[in-house]
Write a protein that binds this ligand. Structure first.
Ligand SMILES: [Zn+2]
Ligand SMILES: [Zn+2]
Length: 363
């Protein structure tokens, strides 16, 4: 019998969510039915809803989920009903060249998980409702393939740990895995949202001696400092690149563009020193946005883009361990907790810049 539950459905670009009942299919042999306990709202969800990342609709978005196993298929190994789990938007087949090389975040099965036209376990009145990245966590129940599920420690708190599935993994990982930061350098983080503040925390763990945060919202300075920022630049009142070059002498060693606009990525490259500066593109304002860099902007500098902070599933579970063991701080990351019924207000808070991370708590 399919599971009936409530979900936030998006019917068209820029339309508000509608909270409606959906049916979630029974688990196939390799599926896990997850009773969601919490889900963060990420800017990538908003990019889809605003049409900047095109996606088939109606759809259930959400990809920062935390829940408990409600049922599982006969072929699922290492899990039982009641286990604490997190769906991860990147699958891991374990046998492709990326998975074998340790870069499972680029697994060849990922395009299928992200294909908005693929099969979905969600339906309403007999009509298909898509689930974003194969996990669609803005729903009381989610049906997820076992290669997109990670088991986490049972004592992990859903409202705090759900954000690890994207914001923390992407931000911290962009520093420690993608940039492979060496201690003692200077780092610049553009954008102090959930991902950016996680990148600040990654810089702190990575041993950066100076962490400069750039954001147009001056209220972000105080929270950025609690994660380890040493300096704050507001581009509305100071020229960003010139200020950073003056502060660092020759330019920064590392930069992380968590804002994801053409002008922020360009500034992230230009604020680097020309000997060994490394820029990581982290955020995105759309799938077809181009960045105006000249050939010589890149002279001596490295520019790459992270995908989920370079993390495979088990490494995401390690971040949960880091949090439970006190190495990662998340207290100031989750700024608002809401009910599913209030998701439209949650998105409005994000758009007004009032929140860091808004988390939906399910009953
Ligand atoms: Zn995300
Ligand atoms: Zn693979």
């Amino acid at each position: 019998m399919p599971t009936k539950c409530r979900a936030a459905i998006t019917y068209a670009v820029n339309e508000p969510f509608r909270i409606e009942e959906i049916e979630v299919a029974d688990p196939g042999p390799n599926d896990v039915l997850v009773k969601m306990a919490a889900s963060g709202i990420c800017h990538s969800d908003l990019n889809c809803i605003e049409g900047k990342m095109p996606h088939a609709m109606p759809a259930v978005f959400g990809h920062e989920g935390f829940g408990y196993v409600a049922a599982l298929g006969s072929g699922v190994k290492g899990l039982k009903v009641g286990d604490a789990v997190m769906p991860y938007c990147v699958p891991e087949c374990g046998v492709c060249a990326y998975c074998i090389s340790g870069r499972g975040n680029f697994c060849v099965e990922m395009p299928a998980a992200f294909n908005p036209e693929r099969a979905s376990p969600y339906s309403r009145g007999g009509k298909k409702v898509m689930n974003f990245t194969g996990i669609g966590t803005f729903s009381e129940y989610s049906l997820v393939r076992d290669n997109q599920i990670l088991k986490v420690r049972q004592e992990a708190k859903p409202d705090m740990c759900c954000c690890i599935a994207c914001a923390v993994t992407t931000g911290v990982g962009s520093v420690l895995r993608t940039a492979e930061m060496k201690p003692g350098g200077t780092a610049v983080v553009f954008g102090a949202g959930g991902v950016g503040l996680s990148a600040v925390q990654g810089c702190k763990i990575g041993g950066a001696k100076r962490i400069i945060v750039v954001d147009t919202n001056p209220t972000k300075e105080a929270v950025a400092r609690t994660f380890g920022a040493t300096d704050f630049i507001n581009p509305k009142t100071q020229p960003v690149v010139e200020t950073i070059v003056a502060m660092t002498g020759i330019g920064a060693d590392y930069s992380f563009d968590c804002a994801g606009y053409p002008e922020t990525l360009k500034a992230a490259v230009l604020c680097l020193n020309k000997g060994w500066g490394k820029a990581v593109s982290v955020g995105s304002s759309g799938t077809d946005v181009a960045v105006p860099l000249t050939f010589f902007d890149l002279a001596g500098r490295t520019l790459t883009r992270t995908l989920m902070g370079g993390a495979r599933r088990k490494q995401v579970a390690e971040y949960v361990d880091w949090f439970l063991d006190g190495k990662l701080k998340l207290d100031n990351l989750v700024s608002h907790r809401i009910r599913l019924d209030d998701i439209n207000e949650g998105v409005a808070m994000m758009n007004r810049g009032e929140s860091v991370r808004v988390v939906i708590e399910y009953a």
